[in-house]
Design a protein around this ligand. Structure first.
Ligand SMILES: Nc1nc2c(ncn2[C@@H]2O[C@H](COP(=O)(O)O[C@H]3[C@@H](O)[C@H](n4cnc5c(=O)[nH]c(N)nc54)O[C@@H]3COP(=O)(O)O)[C@@H](O)[C@H]2O)c(=O)[nH]1
Length: 756
């Protein structure tokens, strides 16, 4: 620190006097008198006199006082240390301060002390000021560090947004959050409008979701935010409420004062706006803030512009792609797409050994309809036909329009050609219903030609040509029908569909009946049960055996009502036998579909309980036969169902045992009563060692599991003798009786009817 000079310590209370002047009255304690020789007072400095000198010599004039006191002086540039040393040396309290022989003033010990104190005070003040400045600088630095971090984040978000070709909400959100932080705003939002002016995106920052919901619709054209979009201008208001345009502001918007809103626009197209409200601390938004927000909005507009352009290109591409693959009139796939898909499906079907059918459909009277009603009606008819065709197909099927009134329907992954025939029947049935177009009732029928991969060919062109040729055949046969490419396929389909048609009426028309086959105790020949076996006497088809129609009944779902009828009829009959003094249990077969549907719909337990209650048959006189494969299909559900049946008191037997894949552990867990050895093992049991071994094993196992064992298909004595020797106690088969109508079965119940 620089040393103080005497110049900075001049005593303030100095009175200039002349030599001849006499001190007036009592001298002031602090006054120092500077004594000059002449009247000019600026030169001829003689010396100084203090109040002490005056009080010592009250009668003296200043000349005497000066004469008495020795003059001690220091130059104006001397340091205070020199001054104090001089004072000490001369034993003085006051020194004159001179500049080149001219009097400048005086210094005293006190004035030096005061100057030193003043300097310290100044230093203290300065250090406080500097500390304040340092603190302020630190605060500013912290703010700037935060701002830089926010800026960095905003820049990163912006770069993120810019790197995208589509607007992603999270990125917009990050950008907005960073911008709000950067500009110290309480609340901010980005609204993006779609092509029709609706709100496509609304992203907000600084308010809750509930508040954001209240803001509601985009105030387009209304209020300040609407103005930003409508007029493509920025707004920077310190008090938005004083602006009359704020009237249209959303009523539930969080209260706010200052507003900064910038449009997101490019080349006159406004995509939306960004707005920020209420700077933290109540300041207004600055021009810098506006510049920053505008630059963010500008970047955003580039991205949106780009994204929308890409969207447009994508849509145009999709349109072109659609036009290349779809028929403009019906929206169905066209020949190109059908060919593509057909080649793929044929290749797949080859690998997976699947069946694919091609149905070539042509309207029978389209030309007449076109000529009579005009092309508009014709076009509408084709559209309706397309809809009806599509309505009867499964998801993987492809209906295609080849042009004119020609359609091809590809059915991949079907079971066999019969499936194709069924779809053809469905389509023809639907097209036979009248169409109402422009108030005209139009009857348009169709013909279909069918070819099937791999049965007819492995080549797509050939398959289509074959379907076309079959269509030609259908037309020649009088139209409104379908034809396969080969005559064998036609007759198989015809037979099957005929069977289905008749089976649908069989139950209602009383064509079904039950035959009964006795189950016999081998030793005593006593009838211990009767198996109910379904028979169909069709007036058209004659006697149809269950093997020929049970599968069809399962496929069509007819097995459910038919199965319930069988159960009820068998129970009624058993109850009748019981009431007439020959009680015997009745065994009823349950098919897989029946077991499943009963479980999922009304519930097998409900059905059985209801039938038992309504017929009055005790549950122990009913045995339900299920096969191993049904049992193992859904083990948990089966177990629950079987346990339920057991609780009702019904007996359970496993039919055709040995042909399926039963897990022996399940056999133990399931509540079973009877195993029925399949007739396939019984057939050669007298001659075939393997069959003998199997039968012996099953017999031993049934014994261990304490299950009743019935051997099926016993046709001769040798089989009977072998089985009897194996301790198989019960049997069923032609040896005892074929399945017979109820009257004959009743006769078999008489004691001794089956005795040798
Ligand atoms: N879900 C239902 N399935 C039923 C119903 N009625 C019958 N069926 C099943 O149809 C299959 C064929 O039955 P069906 O033609 O009646 O043949 C049964 C007997 O006639 C035949 N059988 C009996 N004994 C002999 C014999 O000594 N030799 C020989 N070759 N065949 C004989 O076996 C059939 C009985 O078999 P099963 O049911 O396994 O005991 C048949 O699978 C029936 O289950 C029904 O109402 N619902």
């Amino acid at each position: 620190m620089k040393e103080l000079t005497v110049k900075a310590c001049l005593w303030p209370d100095v009175v200039r006097v002349r030599e001849e002047d006499r001190p007036k009255g009592r001298a002031n304690g602090s006054t120092v008198y500077a004594v000059f020789r002449d009247g000019e007072l600026s030169a001829d400095f003689c010396g100084v006199a203090t109040h002490h000198d005056i009080s010592l010599h009250p009668g003296w004039i200043f000349a005497d006082l000066v004469e008495h006191r020795k003059l001690a002086a220091v130059p104006v540039g001397a340091g205070i240390r020199t001054a104090l040393k001089t004072m000490r040396k001369h034993g003085m309290e006051v020194l004159a301060v001179m500049s080149r022989d001219e009097f400048v003033g005086v210094v005293t010990r006190e004035s030096i002390l005061q100057a030193l104190l003043e300097r310290d005070r100044q230093l203290l003040l300065e250090s406080v000021r500097l500390r304040d400045i340092a603190e302020e600088n630190h605060r500013q630095t912290v703010i700037w560090v935060e701002r830089l971090a926010a800026l960095n984040e905003a820049a990163r978000s912006l770069l993120g947004v810019l790197a995208r070709t589509s607007i992603e909400t999270e990125l917009l959100q990050a950008g907005l959050d960073a911008l709000r932080k950067l500009l110290d705003a309480d609340f901010g939002a980005i609204g993006i409008v779609d092509e029709h002016g609706g709100m496509a995106e609304f992203i907000y920052s600084g308010i809750s979701e509930a508040q954001a919901k209240q803001i509601g619709e985009l105030p387009q054209g209304k209020g300040l935010l609407g103005v930003v979009i409508e007029e493509d201008i920025s707004l920077r208001l310190s008090d938005m409420r004083s602006d009359p345009r704020s009237i249209g502001f959303p009523p539930h918007h969080p209260p706010m004062k200052s507003l900064l809103a910038v449009p997101i626009s490019r080349h006159g197209r406004v995509y939306g706006r960004i707005y920020l409200c209420d700077k933290v601390g109540g300041e207004a938004f600055s021009a810098n803030d506006e510049e920053l927000a505008a630059s963010f909005a500008h970047s955003l507009s580039l991205v949106i512009d780009n994204a929308r352009e890409m969207e447009e290109v994508k849509r145009a591409r999709q349109r072109l792609d659609y036009m290349a693959h779809f028929d403009a009139l019906t929206d169905l796939p066209n020949r190109t797409l059908l060919t593509d898909r057909a080649l793929q499906f044929i290749a797949r079907a080859q690998r997976k050994r699947e069946v694919v059918a091609f149905l070539f459909l042509d309207l029978d009277n389209f030309k007449t309809i076109n000529d009579s009603f005009g092309h508009t009606v014709g076009d509408e008819l084709l559209r309706e036909v397309a809809k009806r065709i599509a309505s009867c197909l499964r998801e993987g099927d492809t209906p295609a329009r080849m042009g004119g009134d020609e359609f091809i329907i590809m059915l991949p992954g079907i079971k066999d050609s019969l499936d194709a025939a069924k779809v053809a029947v469905k389509i023809l049935g639907l097209l036979n219903e009248p169409f109402v177009i422009n108030q005209h009732q139009i009857y348009s029928r169709a013909s279909i030609g069918i070819s099937v991969f791999p049965e007819n060919s492995g080549n797509l062109d050939e398959l289509l040509a074959q379907a076309d040729s079959a269509l030609y055949h259908a037309k020649k046969l009088g139209k409104n029908n379908y034809q396969f490419f080969t005559s064998e396929m036609n007759s198989t389909a015809q037979r099957y569909l005929q069977l289905e048609h008749h089976l649908r009426c069989a139950l209602g028309q009383g064509e079904l009946s039950l035959y009964y086959q006795p189950q016999v105790q081998i030793d005593s020949r006593a009838v211990i049960g009767m198996e109910a076996l379904l028979r169909w006497h069709s007036p058209t088809l004659g006697m149809v055996m269950p093997d020929q129609f049970i599968g069809l009944a399962e496929e069509t779902g007819l097995i459910v009502p038919i199965g319930e009828w069988v159960l009820r009829t068998a129970c009624e009959q058993a109850q009748c036998w019981r009431e007439t003094g020959t009680p015997v249990r009745v065994a009823v077969n349950l098919s897989g579909r029946q077991f499943q549907d009963f479980q999922h719909q009304r519930g097998l337990l409900d059905v059985v309980a209801t039938v038992l209650a309504e017929t009055g048959l005790p549950a122990e006189l009913l045995e339900l036969e299920i096969t191993e494969s049904i049992m193992m299909r859904d083990v948990d559900t089966t177990l629950a169902t079987l346990q339920g049946l057991k609780r009702l008191g019904v007996r359970i037997s496993v039919d055709d045992f040995g042909t399926g894949y039963s897990s022996l552990s399940y056999l133990k867990r399931f509540p079973l009563d009877t195993l029925k050895i399949d007739k396939a093992f019984v057939k050669d049991v007298s001659t075939d060692d393997s069959d003998r071994a199997i039968v012996a094993a099953i017999t031993a196992m049934a014994g261990q599991l304490k299950l009743e064992l019935v051997a099926e298909g016993i046709e001769d004595l040798e089989q009977l003798v072998f089985l009897s020797g194996q301790r198989c106690n019960y049997g069923q088969g032609y040896y005892f009786s074929k399945p017979v109508p109820v009257e004959q079965a009743t006769a078999l119940l008489k004691p001794g009817a089956l005795s040798e």
